[in-house]
Structures are given as C-alpha cells and as structure tokens.
Design a protein. Sequence first.
Length: 257
Amino acid sequence: MPSVVAFIPARSGSKRVIDKNARTLSGHPLMAYAIGAARESGVFDAVICSTDTGRLARIAHHYGAEIPFLRPAEFATSTSPDIEWVEDTLKRLCAEGRTYDCFSILRPTSPFRTADTIKRAWVEFLAEDGVDSLRAVEKVTQHPGKMWVVRGKRMLPLMPLVPEAQPWHSSQMAALPEVYVQNASLEIAWSRVVLDGRTIAGVSVMPFFTDEAEGFDINNQHDWDYAEAMVAQGKFTLPKVAEAPFVETKISEGRVG
C-alpha cells in the first residue's frame, strides 16, 4: 500500500471571510473539520497542517494535526499557487527523512467532506492505473458553452475554441457535452508529480464525483451563512470532532507539534 500524507492548508490573512480558518462553525474552528475527517478516515500515515502562523498551528495541533514547521511567508500570500507550498513541504519533510508516495490536499473551506468521502476517493485513486492525480469535481450549473468574453463593446464565445458547424452558444443544452468543475473538497496525487514535474495535477487526471454537500466550498460571507443554515436545518452534516472546542491561550508563537 502506498504511503500517503494529508495536507491541511490554512494560511492567515483571508479577506473575503475574515480569519475563516479559525472562525467557529458549529462549536469548532473551521479547520477542525478537515483535520477530523482526515484522522477519522484512517487513510493517512500523517496529517499535517501547512500554516504560516503560530495561532493557526496551535489550533491545528489541538485537533490532532502535526505542524513540523511553519509555511514561509512568501508561500502564504493571497496569490501564492499551491505548487509553491506543496513542493516546499514535501522537500522539507524529505530533508527530515520523511517521504510519502502520495499526498492529499484537504482544504478547510470544504467542511462537509467526510471520512467516507476521503476513503472512497483513496480507493478509486488506487484502483486506477496510469493516473497522476485525482480531483473532486461536480457538474456545472452554468454551462461554459453559453458563456461569453466581453471585449469593449463586443463579445466572443468562450467555447468551443475550434470552429464547429453548430456554435455551442446557439445549441440546445441537451446537445452540449457534460462539463464538470473542480471543487475544493479534495485532491490526491503522487508525490513524484510535484518533485519531478513541479505540477500539482500532472498530465493524467481522474475525476472524483462529489455531491452538493461534499463539494461545498466557503469562499465568501454568503457561503458561510449558507453553511450555518444547512447545519442548523440538518441538511448538511459536519464530520465528527472528538476533541473539546479549542480555547485560545497565551502561548508564544513557534514550532508546535
């Protein structure tokens, strides 16, 4: 069985939902649910939080994640691509003698991803030969074939990129191919894809189909309010968290875990 590590990315400085990774949802900080689902799944050899602050590190440690080191500030900006911190983390772990065949990214902003979701994805990934990575996807609600790029006072169809007898924008929806969009629920990839090719996805990417709750992503205040409402109404279920709610204490920042 290949070894696999879970990465929980939790940088500071979120702007659309202030301090979202530490913000309380149904009694626990948002990031607690990604950590809890990862641990409960039993899939991972290690669950590591990648964060740039001691405060978020303390929260992650409280819920059972490791924080072997803090993420460098240059890899924790609002425009930093994932490849930077993932590559840095894998290389620093290797330098400590810790190597993993695979890694999975479990973002705190998808709190309704469950342990069963993770287990199902891992089984599907291992069963598929010749793939570099797996990504969670869901069917689009607005088809890109009906989308336009506005340039000044004119528009150009976004798709298709090659001429066809019947333009997608003037076709019936039933005649268009099914299109899926990636969500933030989870990603799994072989570590070699990052270390050898410096890419997160690689070339051969397999889909992992999620439902509405599994793929729900909190990106703004409206999303947060909706998540709270779905939990309150019992329509979405959060993963189990074994630990007591985190309580802030005055501890100096630094290495935790």
